[in-house]
Design a binder for this molecule. Sequence first.
Ligand SMILES: *Cc1c(COP(=O)(O)O)cnc(C)c1O
Length: 372
Amino acid sequence: MKPTIAKIYIENLRANLRFIRSKIRTGAKMCVAVKADAYGHGAVVCAREAVACGADFLAVARVSEGIELREAGISVPILLLSLCDRSEMDDLVSFGITPLVFDSEYIGEVAAAAGRAGKRGFSVHLAVDTGMGRIGCLPENAVSLAREIAGSGVLSLGGMCTHFSTADSFDDGDVEFTDLQFRRFLKATEDVRSAGIDPGIRHCANSALTLARPETHLDMCRPGIIVYGYYPGDIRGSELKPVMSLSTKVVAIRRFAAGVPVSYGRTWTTSCPTNIGVLPIGYDDGLFRRFAGKLSVAINGKAYPVRGRICMDQCMVELWDDDVPRWSEAVVFGPPESGALQTAEELAAMTGTISYEITCQVSKRVERVFVG
Ligand SMILES: *Cc1c(COP(=O)(O)O)cnc(C)c1O
């Protein structure tokens, strides 16, 4: 077995999915975000579990991610949360991936692809930008765009959505802004309905709002990070279970005298005779260089500090005079049952990032081992 692996605790994934499903307003659908290879956890396995636990929709960010799910036999509706290139639109249609649209040109391109494939009523969701400043139409343009979709002859308005910029913050100004975005979105959907067009599935709640604001659930929630066991931003709780652990092994132990520099740049030097373990994990595995000086790994339940710079494929850990056997497992992060002393969320907080980035950046060469 490879020394550096990411274990995916399927039981924890299921527990999170069941918990989330129970938090979603009865009658509202669940759309599970499995973009970015399920935030690094393995899209196909996570998507299957999500569907088994009641996901009505899945969400991806790239057409290729949608195709991967279709080729694995997954048949639930798949939302494409980002835009694709014109050249990908035939794939979008043939694999039955539902795009978010918000301007006439893009709607025209999707309609042309649907036309080429001889489709009628190909579902698209109209994205409304209520304050995220990313994708979406201005709320005042929602009605005319909904008319274009409904009048295209080949497309149908399957839903309307928006995305929040500060939903995970409890800061007064941010809560106010979330409320403002929500009101703008509701008005856009009501305007479309008043114009005689069914807005379809109205969805806006990400993980933060799925947990904290049931009134925003509308017809569907789009949870992501909570599926993988982490609380976003200011949201706190104790129900979610981290799904991924990242671990490696002590592949060598060196005995160094005092005054020996360790790793590139000689940024750290032994101050007394000590044992230094070599770990075959580095920044190409997702252990960022900026973790240096802050990162510890857990070996047999005790924390040992990583010393010196983190290299591309390796790093060094101080074992002092402890009796650490060669080939011991060293856990970087994970749920308690992995032997980790910190979760990806705690590691993120310590290193100035968010859990999302930590699990997404565990690279493809780190084998995902599914357990449970
Ligand atoms: C990624 C994403 C989500 C899920 O976000 P989380 O914060 O992980 O819940 C929901 N909606 C859109 C549009 C997204 O891009």
